[in-house]
Design a protein around this ligand. Structure first.
Ligand SMILES: Cc1ncc(C[n+]2csc(CCOP(=O)(O)OP(=O)(O)O)c2C)c(N)n1
Ligand SMILES: [Mg+2]
Length: 687
């Protein structure tokens, strides 16, 4: 019974009851106005309110939350107003989360006096990794004694069916391994959409979590507010103090539709049973037992209803986004706009490309405690399978430079959380061939965060990706993947051809507030491939920085050849630069070469200017050519420079086959080389 000695004081209980009434009224008003509100899909908390309110009410401003699409009662408990939630329901301009870009109850919050909510997608279970990344970031700050909020915790909320997503296990694994201050709240209503738990799982979250020693778990009746509140209170206290993970399994009924678009009558036979578990009458009874009178409760209920009705009308009349609102916050603005520092210092040392990257990272780590590096095998003594991070763990410690398990999704997606707490992670997937398990996180969580939070949560991270074919790497250590990555809007993509550029671009990527993928060609790392000596050279100084999106002309044809129409320009990047430079030796003075260095954003100005003066253009890529970045570029050049062209824009790359074979004869047949590029130059000059 709640009295003023009880942890749930009468005031708190009245507040909780009021929140439940608001959430319930919201479901009801949405139902009454179904035709109007179902223009945009929504789901509501009906049946889940008690646990959500218990979790939301006890969060503090220093905490972090990932709430899922059914958590509207939890958002009310944080202090959000029905009106604010309804602005998102109707996708209005002032929707505080996304400005009308995302669905109902897809929150993101960054206000001093409230818990913080970074972006999370609508993809079930995918929030587990970013949210666990927040907890990892909080822990890191504590470990290296950066300024931090003592005892801050993280809550990751999801439904029972979403935890069967594979990526959730990566998050649990890391939370258990690193003992992170996070609560996983699983709201178990026994339903996926229409698939009942009896059809799609053997055990529940409690069984599953046993596979992750170090995560304590309890199961509760998620409709009993008192039980929920006390359990959450206890768990929060432990997490705040002991810094370790928990899973709370709350059993709840789903009393409303799955979503506005998938109606419960279509597939459910358990509604009469489930209604008996309704938390509303239970909460009311608890309130009465605790000394709230019928009149008080009625007043609270009426008050909540009134507010919800007023807010609904107000939200209906709120302004819609304007067409021009579409274009804001795709990227956060960067301050790095000019090349600066010294590219070739007088007393500089010659370094291979891989060491230029290593020094760049070392300089960043030395300067910025918020910089850290993790990925497979980058820590301890090895320092990366290419030794691209050699010595860094010894120099900066295992908290800052560490090995992860083989979990590309976690490596990539955790940066969302790291960035949300003010860190700047540099992470790595071991080979481009293995980027695929991380691409879901890159696309769904990382790339869209800035845009879908209306600029509140840009993700500052670097993803280093060793790439490229180089001496019989075979089908799983040779692939090129840049076209796929360039297609993910919201990510910048860098692909340098030499060490000086890699160092300067790594710095710009670090200071860029957006996610940057850096492709680093394995064949250029040590200039071991004949003809790639230009990839090594004098290493630039510490201040050297190259803005993203600026290409570099690495070969200039003779003005007289250009004037006579005897020249062409090559647009290329990565290994293509080296093939082209070597091929151009047979056409002295006739070839200009533009090294793009950055693929997104693209230096279109330099490209078009060069094409307009040369009238012939060859695009060289290592990728298979069909549907590639290179072909798109050729199309763009055709569109913008048509009147200036004396020949079709030609793009060349690898043969269109699914994989680069192991056998060196087959590999050479498939991939370009200087000779093949030379032949194309000849043909294009003669055109
Ligand atoms: C990756 C992904 N696959 C499928 C969906 C479609 N989907 C939306 S909700 C849902 C069911 C999730 O059930 P659960 O996690 O138990 O949450 P509940 O809706 O029951 O609260 C599915 C399959 C999705 N959003 N994301
Ligand atoms: Mg469910």
């Amino acid at each position: 019974m709640a009295n003023n000695q009880h942890p749930i004081t009468k005031d708190k209980l009245a507040k909780a009851f009021s929140l439940l009434c608001s959430a319930k009224s919201m479901t009801e008003i949405y139902e009454e106005n179904f035709k109007f509100v179902s223009k945009y899909v929504h789901a509501t908390s009906r049946g889940h309110e008690a646990i959500q309110i218990a979790v939301g009410m006890q969060l503090e401003a220093k905490d972090y939350l990932s709430a899922y699409y059914r958590d509207d009662a939890m958002l009310l408990a944080l202090g959000m107003q029905p009106y604010e939630l309804m602005l998102q329901l109707m996708a209005k301009r002032d929707d505080p989360f996304s400005g009308g870009r995302s669905y109902y109850c897809h929150p993101s919050l960054r206000q001093d006096h409230m818990p913080k909510i970074p972006h999370q997608s609508s993809a079930t279970g995918m929030q587990a990794i970013p949210t666990t990344g927040i907890a990892m970031g909080l822990r890191y700050k504590e470990q290296i004694e950066m300024p931090h909020d003592e005892g801050a915790l993280v809550v990751c909320s999801f439904g029972d069916a979403s935890i069967t997503e594979g990526e959730v296990s990566e998050a649990f694994h890391m939370a258990a391994l690193k003992q992170l201050p996070i609560l996983y709240l699983v709201q178990d209503n026994e339903w996926d959409i229409s698939a009942h738990s009896s059809e799609i799982r053997r055990g529940n979250a409690m069984d599953y979590i046993k596979g992750f020693p170090g995560i304590e778990s309890i199961t509760i009746d998620g409709t009993d507010f008192e039980q929920c509140y006390l359990a959450v209170q206890k768990i929060y206290a432990i997490i705040r103090k002991e810094r370790r993970p928990f899973l709370l399994h709350a059993k709840v009924p789903l009393l409303n539709h799955h979503t506005s678009g998938v109606r419960k009558e279509w597939y459910r036979d358990d509604l009469n049973e489930q209604i008996k578990m309704d938390p509303f009458p239970k909460m009311k009874a608890f309130c009465k037992n605790s000394g709230l009178s019928d009149r008080e409760l009625e007043e609270i209920e009426n008050e909540a209803k009134k507010l919800v009705h007023e807010d609904f009308e107000k939200a209906k009349n709120a302004e819609d986004p304007k067409p021009e609102d579409l274009y804001t916050h795709d990227f956060a603005p960067t301050t790095i706009l000019e090349e600066s520092g010294i590219r070739i210092p007088k007393d500089g040392e010659e370094k291979v490309m891989v060491d230029c990257a290593l020094f760049a990272v070392e300089e960043l780590l030395r300067k910025h405690p918020e910089c850290l590096l993790y990925g497979q095998d980058v820590g301890k003594r090895l320092g990366g399978v290419f030794r691209e991070a050699a010595t860094l763990a010894q120099k900066f410690g295992d908290y800052r430079v560490f090995n992860t398990p083989i979990q590309e999704a976690f490596i990539v997606g955790s940066t969302v959380g790291m960035s949300a707490v003010g860190l700047k992670p540099i992470v790595e997937v071991q080979f481009a061939d293995y980027i695929w398990p991380g691409l879901n996180q890159l696309f769904t969580e990382v790339a869209r965060s800035c845009y879908l939070t209306n600029g509140k949560y840009p993700i500052s991270m670097i993803l280093r990706v060793p790439i490229g074919a180089y001496g019989s790497g075979g089908p799983y250590h040779s692939s090129s993947v840049e076209s796929v990555v360039c297609n993910i809007k919201g990510v910048k993509v860098v692909y340098p051809s030499n060490g000086a550029d890699l160092k300067g671009l790594m710095k710009a990527a670090y200071y860029d507030p957006n996610p940057v993928v850096i492709f680093e060609h394995k064949g250029l790392y040590w200039s071991k491939v004949p003809g790639t000596e230009m990839a090594k050279g004098i290493m630039p100084d510490e201040e050297y920085i190259i803005p993203l999106g600026k290409s570099n002309q690495v070969l200039i044809a003779n003005a007289s050849e250009i004037e006579r129409g005897n020249a062409l320009c090559i647009i290329t990047y990565g290994m293509g630069v080296h093939w082209s430079l070597n091929a151009a030796k047979s056409y002295e003075g006739q070839v200009s070469i533009l090294d793009l260095r950055t693929l997104v954003p693209l230096d279109t100005e330099a490209i078009y200017n060069l094409v307009k003066t040369h009238h012939r253009c060859l695009i060289v890529t290592e990728e298979t050519i069909e549907n590639s970045f290179a072909q798109t570029l050729a199309g763009r050049i055709g569109e913008h420079c048509f009147e200036y062209l004396d020949a079709p824009v030609k793009s060349i790359g690898a043969k269109n086959l699914p994989a680069i074979p192991l056998n060196s004869i087959l590999e050479q047949e498939m991939v370009l080389n200087a000779e093949k590029v030379g032949m194309e130059i000849g043909k294009l000059l003669e055109y």
